[in-house]
Design a protein around this ligand. Structure first.
Ligand code: HEC
Ligand code: HEC
Length: 325
């Protein structure tokens, strides 16, 4: 894990204006197990995994909305307003850990959480498994993928995680530029990319996802003002020094994943950029520079995954009925 003091951020930023190898293009992901991906996709879209029968993973990580819900904080079971912004699931396979505070190590570990989270899908693993076991189409699909006649939660989360690994967004204009197509992005976006390196954004937003590689404090130079009570990474490590550190979010598809920050308080990308410069780097952009940065960030929008609802296998008379309460 990388930790930067401000001075380290600045020196690194300067060093990086020469060495730009810190950002890599996104490679398409070809799963070795396509049948598992199909199963994971059905599960991702299936509201019957929730207590109400209304909420699926896709409700809060909508694949037609950049893998997020475009709400400051998510609405879960029984219209409860959640405490934190829903991060995109796109390119989440690149993250060192999952959740803003990194409390799940892997995608598979993460996927078990929302089904049983009372504020999200509000089901239990037992009920969700009873639902799946009652549906012949699922029994068949699980048997084909896992080669046994039983369905357990590890299979459910394993299939969802494999589907999520396919949710990469390759072939953005910026990736084509990185690969040598010098006209793939505008002069304005190129200037933004230069600024991204020279001012030091790249010290934290790096790797193929331009994020997801470290936990960093929100408000390195100047404190961030928020009504949110979220502690950040310290909730996981128990160390006071990790208070208000968050997993650096990806900037891939960031034009689609508004509103921004863990509290979803900022709707405008230019405003998010200016806040970052000020709070993280003690830097103020001129209006023209902000526009360049935004043009660069917009060039990070890649090919979106197929977001058509899969055909879900029908329920039977034995399928437990949704209970909206
Ligand atoms: C009610 C809304 C809601 C539902 C339903 C939901 N999520 Fe989430 N998801 C969130 C929120 C909010 C977070 C951030 C929570 C946090 O960091 O504390 C999150 C975090 C994640 C992350 C971590 C991403 C990252 O960059 O850290 C992944 C992956 C994810 N969810 C996948 C899923 C899957 C798979 C399902 C279905 C089984 C699901 N979610 C259902 C709201 C939801
Ligand atoms: C010291 C590390 C660090 C530096 C430097 C940094 N960022 Fe960030 N960035 C973060 C963290 C951490 C967050 C999440 C903060 C939160 O949600 O409270 C973030 C969030 C963002 C977001 C919002 C993304 C989202 O989906 O919510 C944008 C946009 C962004 N940064 C752009 C930039 C730009 C542009 C620069 C350079 C001017 C920059 N960042 C410099 C760590 C950094």
């Amino acid at each position: 894990m990388m930790k930067f003091a401000l001075s380290a951020v600045l020196t690194l930023g300067a060093a990086m204006s020469q060495a730009s190898g810190l950002i890599q293009p996104i490679e398409p992901y070809t799963s070795p197990t396509p049948a598992k991906v199909e199963l994971g996709k059905m599960l991702f879209f299936d509201p019957r995994l929730s207590k109400s029968g209304f909420i699926s993973c896709n409700s809060c990580h909508n694949l037609s909305m950049g893998g997020s819900d475009n709400m400051p904080t998510s609405i879960g079971h029984d219209w409860q307003l959640g405490p934190i912004n829903s991060p995109t699931v796109l390119n989440s396979g690149f993250n060192i850990a999952q959740f803003w505070d990194g409390r799940a190590e892997t995608l598979q570990e993460q996927a078990g959480g929302p089904i049983a989270n009372p504020g999200e899908m509000a089901s239990t693993h037992t009920l969700a498994l009873d639902v799946l076991r009652s549906i012949p189409g699922y029994r068949q699909a699980f048997a084909e993928v896992y080669g046994k006649d039983s369905i357990d939660i590890d299979q459910v989360t394993d299939a969802i995680a494999e589907f999520e690994r396919t949710l990469v967004t390759p072939d953005s204009p910026f990736d084509r530029y990185l690969r040598g197509d010098k006209n793939a992005i505008s002069a304005q976006a190129k200037a933004g990319y230069e600024l991204f390196q020279s001012t030091g954004c790249v010290a934290c937003h790096n790797g193929p996802a331009l994020g997801g590689t470290s936990f960093q404090k929100m408000g390195v130079v100047k404190a961030y003002e928020t009504d949110s009570k979220i502690a950040g990474r310290s909730a996981v490590t128990g160390n006071e020094i990790d208070r208000f550190k968050f997993k650096v979010p990806t900037l891939r598809n960031v034009e689609l994943t508004y509103p921004y920050f863990h509290d979803g308080a900022v709707w405008d990308l230019a405003e998010a950029v200016n806040l970052m410069a000020e709070l993280q780097l003690g830097h103020e952009f001129k209006a023209e520079e902000t526009e360049q940065m935004v043009a660069f960030l917009k060039s990070l929008t890649g090919k979106q995954p197929d977001f058509k609802l899969p055909i879900l296998p029908p329920s039977t008379v034995e399928t437990p009925r949704p209970n909206p309460n």
